[in-house]
Design a protein around this ligand. Sequence first.
Ligand code: PEP
Ligand code: MG
Length: 579
Amino acid sequence: MTISIKGIAVSRGIAIGRAYKLERGQPDIHEACITDAEIENEIQRLEHALKIARAQLNKIQEKIPHSTPLDIAAFIDTHLLMMDDPALTEAPTQLIRTKKCNAEWALKLQLDSLVEVFDQMNDAYLKTRKDDVIHVVNRILRILLEEDMPAQEDIQTLHTKIIIADDLTPADIVMLHHQGIAGFITESGGPLSHTAILARSLKLPAIVGIHNAKRYLQNNDHIIIDGEQGTVLIDANKEIEADYKNRQQAYQDYYSSLNKLKDKPSITLDQVPIHLLANAELPEDMQTLHDYNIDGIGLYRTEFLFMNRDTLPDENEQYETYMAMVSTMQGRPVTIRTLDLGADKPLKNIKNEDCPTNPALGLRAIRLCLNNPELFRPQLRAILRASAKGQVRMMIPMLSNTQEIHQVFKILDDVKRELRQQGHAFDDHMQIGGMIEIPAAAISSYLFAKHLDFLSIGTNDLIQYTLAIDRIDEEVNYLYSPCHPSVLRLIHQVIKAGKRARIPVAMCGEMAGDPVYTRLLLGLGLREFSMQANTILEVKDVITHSRIDNLRKAGLAILQSEHAEEALSKIEMMNKKIH
Ligand code: PEP
Ligand code: MG
């Protein structure tokens, strides 16, 4: 009999294979007291384990595909940095000496005290850092206990298997993907986790949030996972399996057919051109951008230049970085977003001793910049100087009122005067746009549109603020929905405001890169989409098979939905129609 279990679908595609349970509960530590004579030996064991752990992560890093979002690559960097932190190197060594305990016990004692510190914090971002520390320490412990992930030689063990685990880190996913797994299921996690984003980027079918998955599923069970519906089928009969095999083949055919679209124009069947731009985080991203023949950069997140380092990049370093982007884009627009630090993207150098209770509602993004001219002015100078060499557009994040726009203009005028006096060239007509990611900004976008050259809708934050759900809090993930009627109405309002003021409106949040919403957004009037480069071809495919004339009415009807589920089922119907 076929048994079916439901979880949260996070990465599309069908996987069919045998279950493999990754038994990695808490490492089982043997707490042993040691003699004076054994101390040096234990310290050496610890150092050796740290060395192997670093080597493992370095190897994993080499396997990260080019198309992986760079903040995920940075996530593995963070784990590497932690392995060099005195809290994980010197402190356990001291414990071995003073408490005369074995290396694993010393690490465990140190982990317990670090976890205690994290638990006293009130900050969601720092709480996710606690998970990082646990992941890093567990990796070292498993090496000490010689019970790490199946070794490289064991590739056959995992090849074509569907992994069942309580939790998987992005580093695990890179390694498991390399070993040829067919897909994975985890007991915890949500659609916005780094693991889920990475699975989508690797096109690895995945379902998360199936509590007790390891109890329901046994090693070697024959299972099918449907990463679109979030269903797991156990012991499916022959007809069902044949049906899924056909769907699996259809996915594969679809992905390989997308390559043909690379050099095709992004234009609808009724000849409306749609601009497809990419989001970029680091200059290295430019490499992959060329693979997709994009119209430009719609969002360059400059904060990644500032994070994970001890000193701030000065004006020249910023200028060089922006220039590298501008010259690779060869005349196509590069939209440089001013610093969006704070909340989920904190900076070491900015004082955060008084960590606010709600960092997402605190001094972040443009608020932080207006409060820290010494941080903001060098960036404005660097952006302006880069504007002399190409089509640079500047974008302000997290605007909540028009006074902030005027404050920015005032500083900008001052910086321009300074640059002129110093003989630096810049584009005096550089376009200035604003991100609409706070409901207040969406509601008054007609006011913002009077002062700005373009608007860009940041749905990641707009959804978080509209629905009052922390985007990194797993407990409320289930409420995060781009289809909530209020979110859809706000989006429509911004598009209309741009149209009335005759300025372009783009979207650069994750929603812009999800082909499920492409037709709806076209119907609501969106003409510029900016997304992770590796989703561009899927979105282009939808665009080239759509007729805007047929989508307007349906788009407006979806705004009338009573709840997100109703909107989604209407969107699905809209997507099934031929045009
Ligand atoms: C957004 O909020 O939608 C956005 C694109 O910005 P970020 O994800 O960097 O906050
Ligand atoms: Mg944002």
